[in-house]
Design a binder for this molecule. Structure first.
Ligand code: AMP
Ligand code: MG
Length: 479
């Protein structure tokens, strides 16, 4: 693999071009006895870093808060956001430092953000740290979603340490190096809107357009064009999440990426049984962020963003752009779902066929992802695994008859490219976390290696439903 050594990465910081009201310079605080826990060669390739020229010791020093990369002037940015429907006036990077950005192998610039790097002016009463378990979850999930083709921030590496942190019990602090073309959130716009700083808001919109949506400048209404594209990307992201059964868990506007990426992995989960009302976040008592709510909540979040842009874009234009959310979502959802079902052409009854499939899954409490793999066997001529999972009854038989009549000869080939053989089920993550907390990272590396190639056959347990004890785990926000 081509690339340069860690010490040769030269960082700039475009975000610092924004005025001082956007951020605060910070210094990452050193972790005690840092060590390398995990490293993603895929993420390294994005920034032209040669893994062979990045030793565990160097990585631990640079990303354990002991050294700064050339050119790095870390900062923490301010934002706000709607959390569980209520407005929180001041949030910000409370435990992350933007180290800088650098040109990637794809020509775009990538930001490096160090999460868990210690207190910042936005830490409020918290410690600025992240628990090893939570950075492992973020690392695995972002690399898994990327491999599945879902827009997401990336994770370069995890650094563990002997620094104690106090959560429900004493844990050890760790960092994860997050990569993204931008870490700007809807909440950044909300902050400057609600603090009545129209100049800064405009500066922010101009910055986002210049660096991330430059083609919008060709439009007569660049701010509207940008908003419209954010709506589009967000709607499509929701389609990808729903089709995969991914539940984010904390879809506050401060966790919504202006680039339509999956951002801020907390108590997320992939569906076990198909239960549309499933809530993965233990603190989400009313199910605001339940699986089935995600598209509607994302649209609500787009309304919050629209509100922040009312000084730059006409209300009626914003409304029109927002009105595209639902149809964009519906089309993307049906298209992606059809691929999982092995259907590439169009037929008028497709949406209805999908809906009927989901109803069967729900009635049978069938495992969502395992059902697609069983269906692949139907397409291949063996309906038994499917009827075992869904029941041997008339409704299933009727649906199968319609399904068989609908699919073409290329169905199994299509399905094998769109139905993952491994899903990052929470219990799998919990198991490797348990081992990692004991200092053994081999299972973590093995799971990561499998997640990198989700359409290949792996260990059988990776494609199977969760065992009873590991089903529908709901996690706390504590991280
Ligand atoms: P989250 O729910 O993780 O998206 O976090 C919400 C806000 O709280 C963000 O502004 C975070 O930066 C901040 N935050 C979360 N955990 C910590 C922590 N341990 N120390 C400081 N700030 C935190
Ligand atoms: Mg967050």
């Amino acid at each position: 693999m081509n690339g340069v050594g860690l010490e040769l990465l030269q960082l700039g910081n475009r975000f610092a071009e924004l005025s001082a009201s956007f951020y605060h310079p910070v210094t990452p605080q050193p972790l005690k006895n840092p060590f390398l826990v995990a490293f993603s060669t895929d993420a390294a390739a994005l920034i032209g870093l040669d893994p062979c020229q990045a030793s565990a010791q160097q990585l631990s020093e640079y990303f354990g808060g002991h050294r700064l990369l050339p050119g790095s002037e870390p900062l923490a940015s301010v934002y706000s956001g709607h959390q569980f429907g209520g407005y929180s006036a001041q949030l910000g990077d409370g435990r992350a430092a933007l180290l800088g950005d650098l040109p990637g192998s794809d020509g775009q610039r990538w930001e490096l953000q160090l999460k868990g790097s210690g207190k910042t002016p936005y830490s409020r009463h918290a410690d600025g740290r992240a628990a090893l378990r939570s950075v492992i979850r973020e690392y695995l999930a972002s690399e898994a979603l990327a491999a599945l083709g879902v827009p997401t921030t990336r994770a370069l590496c995890i650094i563990g340490s002997e620094t104690p942190i106090y959560r429900e019990s004493i844990e050890s602090a760790a960092t994860v190096v997050r990569l993204s073309p931008s870490h700007i959130r809807f909440g950044h716009f909300e902050y400057f809107y609600y603090t009545r700083q129209p100049e800064q808001l405009k500066q922010l919109a101009d910055f986002v357009i210049e660096h991330h949506y430059p083609h919008c400048n060709e439009s007569e209404k660049p701010y509207l064009a940008m908003y419209s594209e954010v709506v589009e990307r967000t709607a499509k992201l929701m389609a990808s999440w729903q089709v995969l059964g991914f539940c984010h868990g904390v879809m506050n506007t401060d966790n919504m990426s202006i680039l339509g990426l999956t951002l801020d992995y907390g108590p997320f989960a992939f569906l076990d049984e198909y239960q549309p009302d499933y809530i993965c976040n233990r603190s989400d008592e009313h199910g605001r962020y339940a699986y089935r709510q995600q598209p509607a909540v994302a649209m609500w979040n787009c309304v919050c963003l629209a509100q922040s842009l009312t000084g730059l874009v006409k209300q009626t234009d914003l409304e029109q752009a927002l009105n595209r959310f639902e149809p964009l979502y519906a089309v993307a959802y049906t298209e992606q779902m059809k691929l999982r079902l092995g259907m590439s052409d169009k037929a008028p009854q497709d949406a209805e066929l999908i809906e009927a499939f989901l109803q069967l899954l729900q009635q049978a409490k069938a495992d969502y992802n395992a059902a697609f793999l069983a269906l692949e066997q139907v397409a291949d001529g063996d309906p038994e695994p499917f009827t075992l999972l869904l029941g041997d009854n008339e409704a299933v038989a009727d649906w199968l008859q319609r399904y068989r009549a609908r699919i073409g000869v290329n169905a199994t080939e299509l399905m094998s490219r769109h139905n993952p053989r491994i899903i990052l089920r929470n219990y799998l993550a919990q198991q490797v976390i348990g081992r990692a907390e004991q200092g053994d990272f081999t299972d973590l590396a093995q799971l990561h290696a499998a997640l990198r190639e989700p359409y290949k056959e792996h260990l059988e347990i990776y494609s199977q439903a969760s065992p009873e004890w590991g089903k529908n785990l709901s996690l706390s926000c504590s991280s």
